[in-house]
Every structure is written in C-alpha cells, then in structure tokens.
Design a protein around this ligand. Structure first.
Ligand code: NAD
Length: 525
C-alpha cells in the first residue's frame, strides 16, 4: 500500500500493489499563475506559422519513436495493462494522430474560400480559423497517453496553448507526457501539466479556459458542462459507453468470437468502446457461447510478453464490476466461465486481478446490460429478429460505438444506419477511433461533439466569416433609400427563386437596382 505524502498523488502498480513513488500536486491556488503562463505563451504561439508548429510535432514524433519501450513500459506499469496494449492502444494512436496532422494541418487551418451567392455579385467570401486561446484537457485513466495527447496535439497545431489535467489515478503517465514535450523542445508555457484530483479539475474549469476538452464519465461530464455553461465556455465531452455487438446467424462466427474477446476484454474491458453487450441470433447462440467460452479460457493473464490480459487499473472500478456481476448472478444470470465475485483476488495491496467472465441467462434490464461495467465481462443475450436486435442495441442511455456481424454486408449497412451510435462497425470492432479521417464521438450520454475527422483541428479554432467588397460602388442595392425598390425586389425574388428561373428578367431587374443604388442621395441632388 502506498503512503500518500501531503500535496502528492501516489503512484501504484495495480498489478502488484507496489508503490512506485509520488507525483507533486498543483495546488488550486496555483491555477491563476498557470493560466497566466499559458496566456503569455499564447501571444507568441498563436503567431507561430503552422509550418513552424509542425516542426515541434515532428520532433515529438521522433522522440516518441526513439523511446517506444520506455513509454510502453511506464504506461503498462501504472495501468496494469500489458505492454503490447500500451504500444498498440496508447502509443500507436498518438503517432497516427501526429501523421494525420502532418498531412492535413496546413490545408485544414488555412483560410477556406467559399462560394458567394449570385445576389452578392462582385464580392468574395472566406473563413479564417484562429486559435481560441488556452485549451483545458481533462483526461481519464484507462488510456492515459492516447486520450490526453490526441486532443492536445490538435489544439496545439491550431495555435492554442494547453493545460492538461491527467487522471489522478495515472499521474506518472502525465509526467511522461510532460517529459516528452520538454524533450522535443516545445516553447515554455505552451504545454503545462497540472496534477491533481477532481478539486483541481473543478478549479481549472472555474478559472475560465477558452475551451474544455473532457474525456471521462457521463456524471463528471454533466458537472463540467454545467460549470462551463455558467461561463459560456465551449466544450467537447467524450463520455462512457455500453457498446452492443449484434451477431446474425450468417456471421463469420469464429471471427466474431475473436472480435468479442479482443473488443470486450482488451485493457481488461476498461475501454469506453469495449464490447459490453453481445446479442446473438438464437439459431447460432449456443455455438457462439461455446466457442466464446473456449477462447476466453485460452487467454493468458499476466504481465509478461506472452500475456494477453493484464490487471484492472483502478480499485473503484473493481467495485463497480463486482456490483454488476453480483447483482446479475443474484437475478439468475449464469457465469459460464471466470470466477464468481467471492473468489476474486483484487486487493489493492496484492494486485487487481479479475479473470474474464462470460455471462448467459442475462436480462436486458440488468445493471450489467444497462450500466457501464468497464471490466472483463461479456454478457450474451439471444435475439430472434433484426428488428428485435436493433431495439435491444438502442435500448441504452449510451451510444458510443456498436458492431454488426453478418456475411450480408448490405444488411450490415442497413442495421448500422438504424443504430443510435457515434460509431458503427460491420464485421469489426473498436477501430474507428484510430482512423483520424473519421469524426469520433458519442450520442446520448456518450458525449457531446466530435473530434478527429475533417474538423479535428478546426474545432479548436474560432471561425471568422469574412466577405470582401472592392468598395467601388456608392451603396448596395438593398441599402437606403428604399423609395421605388420594393417592386423591383419583388420581381428580382420572383425571377430568381421560382422553379422556372427567369434569367433575362433577373438581370434586367438587377441592373435597374444597381442604377438606383448609384443615384446620389436626396440632399446631394
Ligand atoms: P472520471 O469522470 O471520474 O474522471 C475523469 C477526469 O475528470 C479525471 O481527470 C478527474 O480528476 C476529473 N474530474 C473529476 N471530477 C471533476 C470535476 N468535478 N471537475 C473537473 N474535473 C473533474 O472518469 P474516469 O473514471 O477517469 O474515466 C472512466 C470514464 O471515462 C468511463 O466512463 C469511460 O467510458 C470514459 N471514457 C470515455 C472515452 C471516450 O472517448 N468517449 C474514452 C475513455 C474513457
């Protein structure tokens, strides 16, 4: 058990309970100075050309590539996940995000010319994207490298400065992030990391950043959204999930089973996009459950390079999993594989080890089907028709991701289009979050807004719409004086907006209006 020093956060290896030290906390009264440094740095960073900012990203990418083993090791040690997962689910998405930014930043953040309606002949229109200022990123513990760094990098390339508050559960990965930015030479104050718990998070929100990017639970998301609303601070909220997997009887069953175990049990199921509910068409249900249990029993749990599943990360999460599984078993669910809660070895002192579980005889109204479990639990429920499967999948307060399994890709697309979900995969799981060309975000309690995709950098910008006129005409056709113009405008609108557009009438009326507009004012006559 680690000792908590005053003003520090303990760092613990959740797989062993070993004390790994402590990280100093940023006191709430240090927040004004933190923001002042950020705003000072912003003044110079905002005017640094995108091409110049990209050089810092390139150096960061090179630093990360040079330190892959060290970063993976530190992420694995503090989260209890296996190093392979630290590499593929924390580091890889960050490197992919940098590559995406390197490819698209100059175009995405440059002024975008738009068309100008014919009624505004002679003018040009465009949009400019300007950084917002100080972006506050608040992050959770399950992917403590990927989830803070991807929004940070998008905010930074757009010219913002960033204050990151990592999760208090994984502060040492926050230190790794801080060190990576330092090692790649970013200017002073452009990135700052403030360690602390929810009180510090609340103080950072109350101190009025220019944008808040929050990833975490739906409950905290609501609290932050309320605080942000009081100050009219724009936000993006990336919240929880309860992702359904729908398996039809023509599905590639072995692949579906492999996807269920990886999508549901990777990172011990502590994944916002984890497969948390599996609906299987009744005619293949028994076969699917048998194969699923056999494959789950084959998985290796441990910390070495041959292990598939590590430990849980956060003792409180074990309590939630315990509550869901205990309630399900008490209400008649059957544990097909894994241990019942009374046999769990999950003391923080000795490691948070939870064997993966498959549950059958599960009802749709059970907590393990309705609430986010965020643990290595796979409840499997049979269905009879496509309509029923869609209704069961949509019967959730969440809508982050979903998957549909069928050999008939057309049916996959049809079902996908009816799921209320920010992401849907056909014959695949989870992976949309690593495709930075796609927008990522959730529906319902899974979040507000999207990041990644075409607007992934622009979301951190203030947009200014600009129209330019050469300024040669005395006045516009719709300006004062109005005398004699009503009838002309009526004719203009009829000729322009009717379905049979009358070009000659439109042009002659427009010319009359132009002549009108160039007449001197009454007092000048
Ligand atoms: P959490 O909401 O408890 O904490 C997240 C962060 O918010 C932490 O840094 C915490 O210190 C901070 N915080 C807590 N209260 C705060 C307050 N009042 N004001 C400001 N900050 C505050 O979530 P967690 O347990 O760290 O993470 C797990 C949750 O995150 C799960 O629900 C999971 O689904 C969700 N999640 C979502 C995504 C996504 O992309 N949609 C990704 C990963 C995790």
């Amino acid at each position: 058990m680690s000792t908590v020093l005053p003003n520090t956060l303990p760092v613990t290896n959740p797989a062993t309970g070993e004390n790994l030290g402590a990280v100093p906390v940023c006191p709430a009264d240090g927040v004004p100075a933190l923001y002042a440094r950020s705003r000072t740095a912003f003044a110079a960073w905002r005017t640094t050309p995108v091409a110049e900012r990209l050089k810092y990203l390139k150096r960061l990418r090179e630093t990360m590539v040079a330190e892959l083993d060290d970063i993976a090791g530190q992420v694995a040690e503090e989260t209890g996940k296996v190093a392979m997962e630290a590499m593929t689910t924390d580091i890889l998405p960050v490197l992919e995000a940098i590559r995406h930014i390197e490819r698209h930043a100059e175009k995405s953040l440059g002024a975008q010319k738009t068309t100008t309606p014919l009624l505004f002949i002679g003018k040009t229109s465009y949009v400019v994207y300007k950084p917002r200022g100080v972006v506050l990123v608040i992050a959770p513990w399950n992917f403590p490298l990927q989830l803070p760094m991807v929004p940070m990098l998008n905010a930074l390339i757009a010219g913002n400065t960033v204050v990151l508050k990592p999760s208090e559960v994984t502060p040492r990965v926050g230190v790794v992030i801080e060190r990576l930015f330092k090692a790649s030479g970013w200017p002073e104050g452009v990135v700052q990391v403030a360690h602390g718990g929810k009180d510090l998070g609340a103080a950072l929100v109350d101190a009025g950043p220019d944008y808040i990017f929050f990833t975490g639970s739906a409950r905290t998301g609501q609290i932050i959204q309320q605080a942000a609303a009081r100050q009219l601070i724009p936000t993006t909220l990336e919240l929880g999930g309860k992702d359904p997997m729908i398996v039809f009887n023509d599905a590639p069953l072995d692949r579906a089973v492999q996807a269920a175990i990886w999508g549901g049990l990777m990172n011990s199921g502590q994944v916002c996009m984890a497969v948390e509910r599996i609906y299987v068409e009744r005619s293949v249900y028994d076969r699917f459950v048998d194969k699923l249990c056999a494959e789950v029993r084959n998985l290796r749990q441990g910390t070495d390079a041959s292990s598939d599943i590590g430990s849980m990360t956060f003792p409180h999460q074990v309590d939630i999993v315990r509550r869901h599984v205990s309630a399900a078993l008490a209400e008649g669910a059957v544990l097909q594989t894994g241990r019942p809660p009374e046999e769990w070895r999950t003391a923080p002192e000795s490691g948070l080890w939870l064997e993966p579980m498959v549950l059958t005889n599960v009802r749709q109204d059970m907590a393990v089907v309705q609430e986010e479990t965020f643990g290595p639990v796979l409840p499997v429920i049979p269905f009879d028709t496509e309509e029923e499967a869609i209704a069961l999948a949509n019967d959730s307060e969440y809508g982050l991701s979903a998957s549909v399994w069928t050999a008939a890709v057309g049916r996959g697309r049809r079902v996908a289009s009816q799921l209320v979900s920010g992401n849907v995969l056909v014959n695949d799981v989870v992976i949309t979050i690593v495709n930075h060309d796609l927008p990522f975000g959730g529906e319902k309690s899974s979040g507000l807004g999207r990041y990644h995709g075409p607007d992934g950098m622009r979301m951190f910008c203030r947009q200014t719409a600009v129209m330019v006129d050469k300024g040669k005409r005395l006045r516009e056709v719709n300006w004062f004086p109005y005398a004699g113009k009503y009838g002309l405008f009526k004719t203009l609108l009829e000729s322009y907006y009717s379905s049979n557009r009358n070009w000659p009438k439109f042009l002659s009326t427009y010319l009359k209006l132009l002549r009108h507009a160039s007449k001197p004012s009454r007092e000048e006559k």
